[in-house]
Design a binder for this molecule. Structure first.
Ligand code: PMV
Length: 335
C-alpha cells in the first residue's frame, strides 16, 4: 500500500493568522477565510514543491517519517500523525507506515514548506489507503497538519472557507492557473530557519489588540479579492493583498510576546516596490511569517521585476513563480 504525491506551496494573498478560539486548536480552524495562489517555481531546480511517498505495511513495527534526510520526531512527527491517523482509522487499516518526503527548497525559510508538505502527505496517504475522496475532502485532512496546506491541494487561485467544524473547513479553487494572469517573484533576504514558527504564532494572534479588526477586515477582503480575481482586476488584487499583509504583520508586532519577522532588507524591498510602482512597473508586496518578500506582478513584467529585485542590496536570491496546477498523486516513489 504505497503511494506518492507532489504538492506545491502557496502564497497567501489574504492571510490565515490565528486559530479560532472557539474550536479545538488541533483542528487548525482559522479565525478568517483566506485566499492564496498556489505557486510553481520557474527556476529549474526550485519548483517549490514537496514530493512524498508513504507506504503502509505489516512489515513495519512502528511509524517512521523522514524529511530531507532527517527523521521526524516531537512536534513534527505529531503533525504528521495528525494527518495520517484519522485517515488510517477511516480506511480501517492497522498497519504502520514508512514516510519519506523531499522539498526542493529549504525547509522553514519562509517559503511555506508546511503547505506543500502536508498537502503532499494527505494526497499520498489517501491514495495509499485507497480512499476515494474529493479534493475538498483531502483539503480537510491536509489542514490538520498545517492550515495553509488545505489550500495547496488545489492549483491556481484558492479560497479557504474557515468553516466552523472539521467537516466545513476546507479550500476550494476560485479559478485555475491559466484563468487569472498573475506571477510573483520571491526575493530571499534571509535563508535561516525562523525563530518563531507560524505553528506557534497562530496561538499568539489573539493577544494583539488589533486582532479583531484584522479578522473583520480579512473576512471582507477575502470576498473582495475573490471577486477581483474573477474580474481579472490585477490592480485590485495587488492592492488588497498588500493591505492584508500589513494587517497581519501589525498583529504579529503587537502580540504578546511580539513577533518581528521583518529585517532591514525587508523594509528596503518594500520601499523599492513602492518606488517601482511609482515609476510604472505595477507590482505589490506580500510577506508571510518570515523576512522574505513575495512581489506579485503581471506575467509580462516578471522578467523586468526580477532583474530589478536582483540588484537590490541584501537580496540573496530571487525565484520567479507562476500559478501552479493542482497538487497530485504521482507514480514515482522515493523508496
Ligand atoms: O499553515 P501554517 O500554520 O504554516 O500558517 C501559515 C501562515 C502564513 O503563511 C503566515 C499565512 C498563510 O495564510 O499562509
Amino acid at each position: 500500500m504505497k503511494a506518492s504525491a507532489i504538492a506545491h506551496s502557496n502564497i497567501a494573498l489574504i492571510k490565515y493568522w490565528g486559530r479560532s478560539l472557539d474550536h479545538d486548536p488541533d483542528l487548525n480552524i482559522p479565525s478568517n477565510d483566506s485566499v492564496s495562489m498556489t505557486k510553481y517555481g520557474l527556476a529549474h531546480d526550485v519548483r517549490l514543491q514537496t514530493h512524498t511517498t508513504i507506504d503502509f505495511s505489516d512489515n513495519y513495527e512502528e511509524d517512521t517519517a523522514n524529511l530531507d534526510g532527517a527523521v521526524l520526531t516531537g512536534r513534527n512527527m505529531d503533525r504528521t500523525l495528525r494527518v495520517v491517523d484519522p485517515l488510517r482509522e477511516f480506511a480501517r487499516v492497522d498497519s504502520r507506515f514508512r514516510m519519506m518526503s523531499r522539498n526542493d527548497f529549504p525547509t522553514q525559510a519562509g517559503l511555506a514548506s508546511s503547505s506543500s508538505g502536508f498537502a503532499a502527505l494527505a494526497i499520498a496517504t489517501v491514495n495509499a489507503l485507497g480512499i476515494d475522496f474529493t479534493k475538498e475532502e483531502i483539503s480537510k485532512y491536509a489542514r490538520l497538519g498545517s492550515g495553509s496546506a488545505a489550500r495547496s491541494i488545489h492549483g491556481g487561485f484558492v479560497y479557504w472557507n474557515k468553516g466552523d467544524s472539521h467537516e466545513t473547513s476546507f479550500a476550494q479553487q476560485i479559478c485555475g492557473p491559466n484563468e487569472f494572469d498573475m506571477n510573483a517573484v520571491i526575493a530571499i533576504v534571509h535563508e535561516g530557519k525562523k525563530e518563531v514558527t507560524s505553528d506557534v504564532g497562530h496561538n499568539l494572534a489573539h493577544t494583539s489588540p488589533f486582532d479583531a479588526v484584522r479578522i473583520k477586515r480579512s473576512e471582507s477582503q477575502a470576498k473582495e479579492i475573490k471577486k477581483a480575481i474573477l474580474d481579472h482586476d490585477f490592480t485590485r488584487v495587488g492592492e488588497i493583498a498588500e493591505e492584508n499583509c500589513k494587517y497581519m504583520h501589525a498583529v504579529m508586532m503587537t502580540s504578546t510576546p511580539p513577533l518581528f519577522y521583518w529585517i532591514p532588507e525587508t523594509l528596503r524591498l518594500i520601499g523599492s516596490i513602492q518606488e517601482m510602482r511609482k515609476e510604472g512597473l505595477e507590482c505589490y508586496f506580500t510577506i508571510d511569517a518570515g523576512p522574505n518578500v513575495h512581489c506579485v506582478s503581471r506575467p509580462e513584467d516578471t522578467y523586468e521585476l526580477r532583474k530589478t529585485l536582483d540588484e537590490i542590496e541584501g537580496v540573496i536570491q530571487t525565484i520567479p513563480v507562476e500559478p501552479a496546477r493542482d497538487s497530485q498523486a504521482v507514480k514515482k516513489h522515493l523508496f
